[in-house]
Write a protein that binds this ligand. Structure first.
Ligand code: FE
Length: 205
Protein backbone atom coordinates (compact mmCIF):
# COMPACT_ATOMS: atom_id res chain seq x y z
CA UNK A 1 0.00 0.00 0.00
CA UNK A 2 2.64 2.53 0.90
CA UNK A 3 6.31 2.13 0.05
CA UNK A 4 7.49 2.97 3.53
CA UNK A 5 6.39 -0.41 4.86
CA UNK A 6 7.63 -2.43 1.87
CA UNK A 7 10.45 -4.90 2.35
CA UNK A 8 13.55 -4.82 0.17
CA UNK A 9 13.60 -7.05 -2.91
CA UNK A 10 16.39 -9.28 -1.55
CA UNK A 11 14.46 -9.86 1.66
CA UNK A 12 11.36 -10.84 -0.36
CA UNK A 13 13.44 -13.23 -2.48
CA UNK A 14 15.01 -14.79 0.63
CA UNK A 15 11.61 -15.31 2.28
CA UNK A 16 10.13 -16.81 -0.91
CA UNK A 17 13.03 -19.28 -1.23
CA UNK A 18 12.68 -20.24 2.43
CA UNK A 19 8.94 -20.86 2.04
CA UNK A 20 9.52 -22.99 -1.07
CA UNK A 21 12.12 -25.07 0.79
CA UNK A 22 9.80 -25.56 3.79
CA UNK A 23 6.90 -26.56 1.54
CA UNK A 24 9.10 -29.05 -0.34
CA UNK A 25 10.26 -30.58 2.94
CA UNK A 26 6.72 -30.91 4.30
CA UNK A 27 5.62 -32.60 1.06
CA UNK A 28 8.62 -34.95 1.18
CA UNK A 29 7.79 -35.94 4.75
CA UNK A 30 4.16 -36.58 3.76
CA UNK A 31 2.79 -33.93 6.15
CA UNK A 32 1.13 -31.98 3.31
CA UNK A 33 0.58 -32.76 -0.37
CA UNK A 34 1.65 -30.70 -3.37
CA UNK A 35 -1.92 -29.32 -3.45
CA UNK A 36 -2.25 -28.22 0.18
CA UNK A 37 -0.78 -24.71 -0.03
CA UNK A 38 -2.61 -23.88 -3.28
CA UNK A 39 -5.87 -25.16 -1.80
CA UNK A 40 -5.53 -22.93 1.26
CA UNK A 41 -4.60 -19.90 -0.85
CA UNK A 42 -7.50 -20.49 -3.22
CA UNK A 43 -9.93 -20.85 -0.31
CA UNK A 44 -8.93 -17.42 1.00
CA UNK A 45 -9.02 -15.91 -2.49
CA UNK A 46 -12.48 -17.18 -3.44
CA UNK A 47 -14.46 -18.17 -0.32
CA UNK A 48 -13.12 -16.16 2.60
CA UNK A 49 -12.15 -12.60 1.91
CA UNK A 50 -13.11 -8.94 1.87
CA UNK A 51 -16.14 -9.69 -0.34
CA UNK A 52 -17.72 -11.23 2.78
CA UNK A 53 -16.85 -8.19 4.87
CA UNK A 54 -18.33 -5.93 2.18
CA UNK A 55 -21.65 -7.82 2.37
CA UNK A 56 -21.71 -7.51 6.15
CA UNK A 57 -20.94 -3.77 6.11
CA UNK A 58 -23.44 -3.02 3.31
CA UNK A 59 -26.15 -4.78 5.33
CA UNK A 60 -25.17 -2.73 8.39
CA UNK A 61 -25.49 0.45 6.29
CA UNK A 62 -29.04 -0.35 5.14
CA UNK A 63 -30.27 -1.97 8.36
CA UNK A 64 -29.50 -0.07 11.60
CA UNK A 65 -30.91 -2.88 13.76
CA UNK A 66 -28.50 -5.33 12.10
CA UNK A 67 -25.64 -2.89 12.68
CA UNK A 68 -26.55 -2.77 16.37
CA UNK A 69 -26.53 -6.58 16.56
CA UNK A 70 -23.28 -6.69 14.60
CA UNK A 71 -21.55 -4.52 17.17
CA UNK A 72 -23.17 -6.27 20.15
CA UNK A 73 -22.68 -9.90 19.06
CA UNK A 74 -20.65 -10.03 15.88
CA UNK A 75 -20.54 -13.81 15.18
CA UNK A 76 -24.29 -14.16 15.81
CA UNK A 77 -25.12 -11.25 13.48
CA UNK A 78 -22.81 -12.60 10.77
CA UNK A 79 -24.54 -16.00 11.05
CA UNK A 80 -27.83 -14.31 10.03
CA UNK A 81 -26.45 -13.62 6.55
CA UNK A 82 -26.12 -15.96 3.59
CA UNK A 83 -22.34 -16.37 3.63
CA UNK A 84 -20.10 -19.39 2.99
CA UNK A 85 -19.86 -22.06 5.68
CA UNK A 86 -16.92 -21.59 8.01
CA UNK A 87 -17.28 -17.89 8.81
CA UNK A 88 -16.57 -18.73 12.44
CA UNK A 89 -13.76 -21.12 11.49
CA UNK A 90 -10.03 -20.54 11.05
CA UNK A 91 -9.12 -17.04 12.21
CA UNK A 92 -12.82 -16.20 12.36
CA UNK A 93 -13.30 -17.14 15.99
CA UNK A 94 -14.05 -14.23 18.31
CA UNK A 95 -14.57 -11.60 15.63
CA UNK A 96 -15.82 -8.22 16.80
CA UNK A 97 -16.95 -5.21 14.79
CA UNK A 98 -16.48 -1.58 15.80
CA UNK A 99 -18.34 1.23 14.04
CA UNK A 100 -16.93 4.55 12.87
CA UNK A 101 -19.08 7.61 13.46
CA UNK A 102 -19.95 10.44 15.86
CA UNK A 103 -16.42 11.73 16.37
CA UNK A 104 -14.75 8.31 16.43
CA UNK A 105 -12.48 6.66 13.86
CA UNK A 106 -11.34 3.08 14.49
CA UNK A 107 -8.11 1.41 13.42
CA UNK A 108 -7.25 -2.26 13.77
CA UNK A 109 -3.76 -3.60 14.26
CA UNK A 110 -2.04 -6.57 15.88
CA UNK A 111 0.89 -5.40 17.95
CA UNK A 112 1.97 -8.95 18.79
CA UNK A 113 1.99 -10.52 15.32
CA UNK A 114 -0.66 -10.50 12.58
CA UNK A 115 -4.05 -11.49 14.05
CA UNK A 116 -6.70 -10.57 11.52
CA UNK A 117 -10.30 -11.67 10.79
CA UNK A 118 -9.58 -13.80 7.72
CA UNK A 119 -13.22 -14.77 6.86
CA UNK A 120 -14.24 -11.11 6.48
CA UNK A 121 -10.97 -9.58 5.28
CA UNK A 122 -8.95 -12.41 3.71
CA UNK A 123 -5.25 -12.87 4.37
CA UNK A 124 -3.54 -9.84 5.90
CA UNK A 125 -1.42 -7.66 3.64
CA UNK A 126 2.24 -7.98 4.62
CA UNK A 127 2.60 -4.35 5.71
CA UNK A 128 0.04 -5.21 8.41
CA UNK A 129 2.68 -7.58 9.85
CA UNK A 130 5.50 -5.08 9.62
CA UNK A 131 6.97 -4.33 13.08
CA UNK A 132 7.36 -0.63 12.21
CA UNK A 133 3.73 -0.31 11.15
CA UNK A 134 2.52 -2.22 14.20
CA UNK A 135 4.41 -0.17 16.76
CA UNK A 136 3.92 3.22 15.12
CA UNK A 137 0.19 2.65 14.56
CA UNK A 138 -0.15 2.04 18.30
CA UNK A 139 1.99 5.04 19.29
CA UNK A 140 1.06 7.66 16.68
CA UNK A 141 -2.00 6.47 14.75
CA UNK A 142 -2.85 9.93 13.42
CA UNK A 143 0.57 10.33 11.81
CA UNK A 144 0.47 6.81 10.33
CA UNK A 145 -3.03 7.37 8.90
CA UNK A 146 -1.75 10.59 7.35
CA UNK A 147 0.90 8.59 5.54
CA UNK A 148 -1.87 6.35 4.21
CA UNK A 149 -3.46 9.50 2.79
CA UNK A 150 -6.16 9.66 5.44
CA UNK A 151 -6.51 12.93 7.36
CA UNK A 152 -8.55 12.51 10.50
CA UNK A 153 -9.75 15.81 11.98
CA UNK A 154 -8.23 16.68 15.35
CA UNK A 155 -11.62 16.65 17.06
CA UNK A 156 -12.19 13.06 15.93
CA UNK A 157 -10.91 10.47 18.40
CA UNK A 158 -8.86 7.63 16.91
CA UNK A 159 -9.41 4.33 18.70
CA UNK A 160 -6.80 1.66 18.04
CA UNK A 161 -7.93 -1.93 18.53
CA UNK A 162 -5.28 -4.56 19.11
CA UNK A 163 -6.32 -7.91 17.65
CA UNK A 164 -5.23 -11.16 19.24
CA UNK A 165 -6.20 -14.83 19.18
CA UNK A 166 -8.96 -13.87 21.67
CA UNK A 167 -10.53 -11.02 19.66
CA UNK A 168 -10.16 -10.20 15.98
CA UNK A 169 -11.47 -6.74 15.18
CA UNK A 170 -12.82 -5.19 12.01
CA UNK A 171 -14.20 -1.74 11.30
CA UNK A 172 -17.65 -0.78 10.02
CA UNK A 173 -16.81 2.36 8.04
CA UNK A 174 -19.34 5.17 7.77
CA UNK A 175 -21.76 5.02 4.86
CA UNK A 176 -20.62 7.71 2.42
CA UNK A 177 -22.88 10.69 1.80
CA UNK A 178 -24.74 10.71 -1.50
CA UNK A 179 -25.37 6.94 -1.52
CA UNK A 180 -29.01 7.09 -0.37
CA UNK A 181 -30.29 5.78 -3.72
CA UNK A 182 -27.81 2.91 -3.97
CA UNK A 183 -28.88 -0.72 -3.54
CA UNK A 184 -27.24 -3.00 -0.99
CA UNK A 185 -25.33 -4.75 -3.81
CA UNK A 186 -24.08 -1.41 -5.15
CA UNK A 187 -23.04 -0.36 -1.67
CA UNK A 188 -20.91 -3.50 -1.33
CA UNK A 189 -18.61 -2.19 -4.06
CA UNK A 190 -17.75 0.83 -1.89
CA UNK A 191 -16.46 -1.27 1.01
CA UNK A 192 -12.72 -1.90 0.69
CA UNK A 193 -10.53 -4.04 2.96
CA UNK A 194 -8.57 -0.88 3.82
CA UNK A 195 -11.78 0.79 5.04
CA UNK A 196 -12.56 -2.27 7.19
CA UNK A 197 -9.07 -1.99 8.71
CA UNK A 198 -9.47 1.73 9.30
CA UNK A 199 -6.55 2.90 7.14
CA UNK A 200 -9.07 4.37 4.70
CA UNK A 201 -12.72 5.44 4.62
CA UNK A 202 -15.46 4.42 2.20
CA UNK A 203 -16.12 6.92 -0.58
CA UNK A 204 -19.08 7.32 -2.92
CA UNK A 205 -17.04 7.11 -6.13
FE1 FE B 1 -1.40 -11.62 15.91
Amino acid sequence: MIDRFKYREDREAYSAARVRALEALLIKKGIITDKTVDTVLEFFATKMGPFNGAKIVARAWVDPAFKERLVTNTPQAIAELDLPAGMAGAEGEHMRAVANGSGVHNLIICTLCSCYPWPVLGLPPYWYKDPTFRSRAAREPRAVLNEFGLQIANDVEIKVWDSSAQIRWFVIPERPEGTEEMSETELETLVTPEAMMGVAVSRAT
